[in-house]
Design a binder for this molecule. Structure first.
Ligand SMILES: CC(C)(COP(=O)(O)OP(=O)(O)OC[C@H]1O[C@@H](n2cnc3c(N)ncnc32)[C@H](O)[C@@H]1OP(=O)(O)O)[C@@H](O)C(=O)NCCC(=O)NCCS
Length: 178
């Protein structure tokens, strides 16, 4: 019987075609320097700045309201975590456990994850995702989901690298006429 060869296993992983932007942090962060912890009120400016850098829109009211809803809501399955390197906040993740949404048993949802451009490819987002998934697991859920923009291949590459696959739902939408 001939041996079945899985090319994914046999082939050497291609060399990365991307490189890390030069860090503007005083001491360029290393993976070992990264810490993950719940957000604090004085982290908010860094989070707002990071989001504005990625989306081009400063949404101070939105972030203040998210902070109020998520920062102290661990008991209800809501999490807002930051990644730090030294005293700098360099990334964040937000998510929650939602019960029976879309008819599915309770599961974790990640709805925002961002890492500052000059601190990427150090594993910060990986650590943030692992940290929030551990918290989801503690509440007994065994599945994590997210939604992302079809055009955002960066975030898609990241989630795929973490083992996420296409789920059983399809998003639908329509314009509401006024
Ligand atoms: C996606 C993002 C969170 C990744 O953060 P990060 O800290 O650099 O990610 P990690 O270092 O943990 O990378 C983990 C894996 O993701 C994949 N990945 C990360 N950046 C990548 C890139 N630029 N190209 C291809 N794959 C990439 C790789 O597989 C990587 O593993 P590897 O380094 O062993 O190859 C970050 O690039 C980001 O904030 N992008 C903007 C996010 C965004 O658009 N948010 C709005 C919607 S929520």
């Amino acid at each position: 019987m001939s041996k079945i060869v899985n090319p994914k296993v046999e082939q050497k992983r291609p060399t990365k075609a991307f490189s890390r932007p030069a860090s503007k942090l005083p001491d360029a962060p290393t993976a070992a320097a990264l810490r993950i912890r719940p957000v604090r009120r004085d982290d908010l400016n860094a989070v707002i700045e990071m989001d504005a850098m990625v989306t081009g829109i400063t949404k101070r009211n939105y972030w203040n309201s998210l902070y109020r809803r998520y920062a102290d809501a661990v008991a209800t399955g809501q999490h807002f975590l930051v990644a730090t390197a030294g005293n700098e906040v360099i990334g964040f993740v937000i998510g929650e456990v939602r019960d029976w949404e879309f008819g599915s048993p309770p599961c974790g949802w990640v709805f925002a994850i961002d890492v500052r451009p000059d601190a990427r490819l150090l594993g910060a987002a990986t650590q943030l995702l692992q940290a929030i998934c551990q918290r989801f697991k503690r509440t007994g859920v065994s599945k994590v989901r997210t939604l992302l923009s079809r055009e955002n291949t960066l975030i898609l590459s990241f989630f795929r690298s973490q083992g996420m696959m296409i789920g059983p739902f399809i998003p639908l939408e329509m314009d509401l006429d006024h």
